[in-house]
Ligand binder design. Structure first.
Ligand code: UFG
Length: 340
């Protein structure tokens, strides 16, 4: 397998995955409608890899546009990142989320089946576990009813892929459940580029350190955790990107038909919000003004991964320490803002 289509490839995880795939010897084609990204990271990918990336400004919900890409390139597999991802926004705009996230994925699968199948990696999320009863979560941990339309689209897309793979033996699928992806490439050429006010913790921290935001709000210190702030499993985005390479290799190796393997992609180590803020300040020697406020609606108290399956079956393991990841996140923000 050689040529991989990355939908949403101009985005945060997509662009890092493009780099890892190219460096592992794959040809990469990027499709992105640039609805939540611009070409900054694609240009960064080209600088890092010194390769021109075939880029299609295309909306995956539009079958004609997507089909054209398959006509132009001999695509062996696809990694589907294209989708809306803001949990809070999905509550206000559920139809937009269901339409975009489900249609784009179904369209991709339809075209792949029509073109003789291939390997598909679907970007799922730890959000499918909700607040688990037992921690860490394994892939066998039951999914909880989704707390948001966004989370529901992840669950439904997992089911769509499982059903499609069952019905179409030429189609092979894998589901990666990401925990909390953070950080940036070591070159500082690519990283997270949130539009407007960041929803997620690390971009909010880096923007506060850069003086763009006045202060970070820490959402709640009354959780039943060691320091009262919520626990998450923060996975370095380059490690996460590497998991996609391992997943594609695993699919070729096992050539499994009829069912999709599911893997948690995290570090297996819980870190509290407070710890993360403190580590960021310590490793980067930069202050981050913060204030403890009330809990954010919809947040779970604690979730982290049991990563044994990915470690043993995919031969993948998170390699980067959280300190290194936070250094890279700050280096990227500084480069973006021209801070010395
Ligand atoms: N947090 C703050 N202040 C902020 C932002 C976040 O205290 O300004 C806290 C949150 O309350 C949470 C932790 O930092 O406890 C992490 O929050 P993020 O928004 O960075 O990430 P979430 O865990 O809420 O969500 C992430 C992804 C979702 C995915 C989910 C799966 O953004 O797409 O993980 O668990 F669904």
């Amino acid at each position: 397998m050689k040529t991989i289509l990355i939908t949403g490839g101009a985005g945060f995880i997509g662009s890092h995955t493009a780099v890892e795939l190219i460096q592992a010897g794959y040809e990469v084609i990027v499709a992105d409608n640039l609805s939540n990204a611009d070409t900054t990271c694609l240009e960064g990918v080209e600088k890092i890899t010194r390769k021109k990336i075939p880029f299609h400004k295309a909306d995956c919900c539009d079958k004609r546009q997507l089909k054209k890409i398959f006509e132009e390139h001999a695509i062996d597999g696809a990694i589907h990142f294209a989708g809306y991802k803001a949990v809070g926004e999905s509550v206000y705009k559920p139809l937009m989320y269901y339409h975009n996230n489900l249609t784009s994925f179904m369209t991709l699968l339809e075209i792949m089946v029509e073109n003789g199948g291939g390997n598909v990696v679907f970007s799922s999320s730890a959000t499918v576990y909700g607040q688990p009863d037992i921690l860490p979560v394994t892939e066998e941990t039951p999914r909880k009813p989704a707390a948001s339309p966004y989370g529901n689209t992840k669950q439904i897309c997992e089911d769509i892929l499982a059903d499609a793979v069952r019905a179409h033996p030429t189609l092979k699928g894998i589901i990666l459940r990401y925990f909390n992806p953070i950080g940036a490439h070591a070159s500082a050429m690519i990283g997270e580029l949130p539009r407007g006010v960041p929803n997620n913790l690390v971009p909010f921290i880096t923007q506060t350190a850069a003086g763009i935001r006045e202060e970070l709000q820490i959402y709640g210190n009354d959780y039943n955790t060691p320091d009262g702030t919520a626990l998450r499993d923060y996975i370095d985005v380059v490690d996460l990107a590497a998991a996609h390479v391992s997943a594609l290799k695993h699919m070729v190796r096992t050539d499994r038909t009829g069912s999709c393997d599911i893997f948690n992609v995290g570090t297996g180590k819980p870190i509290s919000v407070m710890e993360l803020v403190n580590k960021f300040q310590a490793v980067n020697k930069v202050p981050v003004k913060y204030r403890i406020t009330g809990r954010r609606e919809g947040d779970v108290e604690a979730v982290w991964a049991d990563t044994s399956l990915a470690n043993t079956v995919l031969g993948w393991k998170a390699a980067c320490s959280v300190e290194q990841t936070l250094e890279k996140a700050w280096a990227w923000e500084k480069r973006l803002r021209g801070i010395k």
